[in-house]
Design a protein around this ligand. Structure first.
Ligand code: HEM
Length: 472
């Protein structure tokens, strides 16, 4: 590992840096930038020292560089993901997998997904009653998880969806705890994950129920998820090419996809890709939705403008074919993702030396390209701390000033899918509900697993909008 001694940064013990980062990520990141400048180190337990790059030229180089200059480093999440997931692949192998996995996420298919997304959002929102207090993050998670299970995995059986939702939430709640985190530091993420997968294999036999013992129960949840994933893969494999081609779900397209040499994904590869789509796709979208609602609810007039836009584009009904016309709603989600990105930095490893802000970062340096600092940098944004969705209505930001979905050849594969889904959910919320923030503690960003999420899960009070519902 290259010497990071020449890069300034806090000398506080890694455990203290982690505690500060977990409790007040915005405050800690701002403070470190103020103290040490555009390039500084952060040290978290069990990880190599990471060099944060918050300098516009450095960010430009890192967000526009490709396989020759940079590698992606996703080691921090290996303990919840299989080794063959696209996120761990490098160079030619990554390029090949991207080629296979990109088409299902593009184009006209979004409209069919839009209708499913609306139905799944409505199913959750219809449970909101006048005077209810809701923790929005939980509701948004339920919607985004159902969307993945329906649109990506193609699961339509309600009972199977419900069981899988419970197993996924149970598994993530279990594994994203300090105990498991400590175990990954001592034993390595891959060992902890392999241990859980071995212990969970018994769930591949039908009829098993999860254990009550904490560690075995986490393993069993993972085993139960695997059992459904392998079963769904096997069901697709039994279909003829024609039947497979008629299905809309992304799993069917991945089963049918072929590399240039005519081979396709193996079952294990497919399982690992499904896990990254599942874990990478639902929590991130749910949290981004919460921040969009938080910004809209705390800036008077925003909700009314969103509502007026839906009314003028769709009237009192809903038309998934017109989602792309909801420009202001799209701008609200972009502007809130600028101020509150769920991933504060994108992890990279240099293949070649990089000179930035008068410093030399040698090949091998682990970097975090700072989404948080760049998206609030007064050198690239006017009034950077103000919520002004209009800036995204009238202009398009460049990839090196706005990159909540990452950048370059590694940019989020589900970005278009997520943007579309967020417009659907936000449109349905403003059409059918009047929400107000619950008068609890002020909302602030906290680290939740690998995302920066609103504290308290964003509690709100609910009033239904009956006139619109009656007309719809
Ligand atoms: C608002 C929601 C989302 C956010 C903020 C987000 C953010 C990110 C980020 C920051 C990365 C790393 C990119 C990089 O290293 O440059 C990433 C990668 C990825 N995301 Fe997302 N994501 C979201 C939703 C989704 C959804 C809905 C899916 C799929 C259903 C998805 C699938 C993926 C995949 C497969 C990768 C790895 C891409 C690759 O290795 O080439 N994400 N995402």
């Amino acid at each position: 590992m290259p010497d990071s001694a020449t890069i300034p940064g806090s000398k506080a013990p890694s455990i203290l840096q982690l505690a500060r980062m977990s409790q007040d990520p915005h405050g800690y990141l701002r403070e470190q930038h103020r103290l040490y400048g555009d390039v500084f180190t952060v040290r978290l337990p069990g990880q190599h020292v990471v060099t944060v790059v918050a300098n516009p030229d450095g960010v430009r180089a890192l967000t526009t560089g490709g396989y020759d200059e940079i590698a992606r480093n996703a080691e921090g999440i290996r303990f919840i993901m299989g080794d063959q997931a696209i996120i761990f692949q490098q160079d030619a192998q990554h390029k090949e997998t991207r080629k296979l996995m990109t088409p299902p996420f593009l184009g006209e298919r979004m409209r069919a997904y839009g209708i499913e997304m609306q139905g799944l959002a409505d199913a959750v929102l219809s449970r909101f009653a006048d005077g209810d207090h809701r923790v929005l993050h939980k509701d948004m998670q339920e919607i985004t998880l159902s969307v993945i299970l329906r649109c990506i995995f193609g699961i339509t059986d309600e009972q199977r969806m419900q069981q899988l939702r419970e197993d996924i939430v149970g598994y993530l709640d279990g594994v994203l705890t300090p105990w498991f985190y400590a175990a990954t530091l001592i034993l390595s993420g891959a060992r902890v994950r392999d241990f859980l997968r071995r212990r969970g294999r018994r769930m591949l036999t039908p009829g098993r129920t999860p254990s009550r013992w904490p560690v075995q129960s986490v393993a069993d949840r993972l085993g139960a998820i695997d059992a459904v994933l392998f079963d769904e893969i096997a069901r697709r494999r039994r279909l003829s090419a024609e039947e497979l081609g008629q299905r809309q779900d992304i799993l069917s397209m991945l089963v049918a996809a072929r590399y240039d040499d005519g081979t396709g994904f193996s079952d294990e590869e497919l399982r690992d890709q499904l896990m990254i789509l599942l874990i990478g796709g639902h929590e991130t979208t749910a949290t981004t939705l919460c921040w969009a609602l938080y910004c809209a609810l705390t800036h008077p007039g925003t909700i009314e403008k969103m509502r007026a836009e839906v009314q003028s584009v769709m009237g009192d009904g809903f038309d998934a074919g017109k989602i792309k016309q909801l420009n202001y709603i799209g701008a609200v989600s972009s502007e809130s993702a600028r101020l509150y990105p769920v991933a504060w930095g994108i992890p990279r490893q240099l293949k070649k030396e990089l000179r930035v802000a008068g410093r030399v970062l040698p090949a091998g340096t682990l970097c975090s390209v700072s989404v948080f600092h760049t998206q609030r940098d007064p050198r690239v944004w006017e009034a950077p701390d103000e919520f002004r969705p209009e800036r995204f209505v009238t202009g398009k930001a460049s990839i090196y000033t706005f990159f909540p979905f990452g950048a370059g050849v590694w940019r989020c594969l589900g970005a278009q899918f997520a943007e579309y889904e967020m417009r659907v959910v936000l449109a349905r919320i403003v059409q059918t509900l009047d929400l107000t923030l619950a008068p609890s503690m002020p909302i602030r960003p906290l680290m939740r697993g690998f995302t920066m999420a609103p504290s308290e899960g964003l509690p709100v009070r609910v009033q239904r909008r009956r006139a619109v519902e009656a007309a719809a």
